[in-house]
Design a binder for this molecule. Structure first.
Ligand code: NAD
Length: 297
């Protein structure tokens, strides 16, 4: 079997287009643009790239982008004061504090300070609780993007066996909650799981979010399974001095067995920002009291 490729890049481009159309309609009814604020503390190069890219995508989607860059040595109290100012700013619908924060800051405390109704990353415990109890809240962007790709590919996920490898708060745990909400039978595997290959072999859906290059082998995959590879790992390239990106799944091996698989790059990666824009637009509608059809985006 040669797996179908799940084209996250194309799906994300389409989602961004739909968000853009709805953002213009929002501006016409609300008399203002939907607004997303991104806060970056310090000069971490990867975070700088993400923040630049988020700002550019926000503008492209017809929304207002507010970027706040603070020096690495900013006292935590100053960051909390900025978050409080953004919480009460009517032009700001969504707030994203780029992680990781410098070591002297308490990430949990900062995330807890974000107004849950502006928490478009879905990391605030109120939104974690809403997801766990089936209430309407904000869901972390990467796992929500994975669910969108899965539903687009498979339609109903009800009754399927899903294995999530990784239990981080950002990907693994919310991914498992979302699959459960879709009525999958969910197993969460992690670094202490015994006989991971056997656990993965049971799965109709495999979501890999580990951060270990090509760890999940083709012969672990059940024939016909759908494989979602969240991992982004930079490894030495074939040409000396060059690097390339690979996922957590051995793509060549798994695509011989799986029914469908996301590539790296071009699978889950592009979904994260597209879903962030989607979440910001949903926040804008809620904050402005403007209805948005349930399945509009
Ligand atoms: P993390 O380091 O917080 O969590 C990794 C998880 O993998 C842990 O729960 C750990 O228990 C598990 N794990 C580690 N070694 C294992 C092993 N040998 N067997 C089974 N499980 C093992 O990582 P994260 O933030 O969840 O990210 C995971 C991967 O996803 C990374 O490669 C990251 O770059 C990528 N990622 C991609 C996106 C995106 O596509 N936009 C977003 C977030 C994370």
């Amino acid at each position: 079997m040669t797996a179908a490729i799940i084209d996250g890049k194309a799906f994300a481009a389409d989602l961004r287009g739909r968000v853009g159309t709805l953002a213009r309609a929002f501006e016409a009814s609300a008399g203002r643009k939907a607004g997303l604020a991104v806060v970056l503390v310090g000069e971490d190069p990867a975070s700088q790239v993400y923040v630049r890219s988020k700002g550019k995508s926000t503008l492209e989607a017809g929304m207002a982008s507010f970027e706040h860059k603070l020096p690495a040595e900013t006292p935590e109290a100053d960051l909390l004061a900025l978050v409080e100012q953004l919480n009460t700013d009517p032009a700001v619908d969504g707030i994203l504090v780029q992680l990781p924060l410098p070591a002297h800051m308490n990430e949990a405390k900062v995330i807890a300070a974000i107004n849950p109704d502006k928490d478009v990353d879905g990391f605030n415990v109120i939104n974690v609780g809403r997801l766990a109890t089936g209430l309407n809240g904000f869901v972390p962007c990467t796992p929500l993007g994975c669910i969108m790709l899965l539903k687009d590919r498979l339609g109903s996920l009800s009754g399927l066996d899903a294995v999530v490898i990784g239990r981080s708060n950002i990907v693994g745990k919310p991914m498992a909650q979302l699959l459960l909400a879709e009525s999958c039978t969910v197993t969460i595997a992690h670094s202490r799981t015994k006989d991971l290959p056997e656990v993965v072999r049971r799965a109709d859906i495999v979501v890999a979010a580990v951060g270990r290059p090509e760890m999940i082998k083709g012969d672990w995959i059940k024939p016909g399974a759908t494989v979602i590879d969240v991992g982004i790992n930079r490894v030495p390239g074939k040409v000396e001095g060059k690097t390339r990106l690979v996922g957590d799944v051995d793509f060549a091996g798994a695509s011989e067995v799986a029914g469908a698989i996301t590539p790296v790059p071009g699978g889950v990666g592009p979904m994260t920002i597209a879903v962030l824009l989607r979440n910001a637009l949903v926040a804008a509608h809620r904050n402005a009291g403007i209805a948005l059809a349930k399945d509009a985006i």
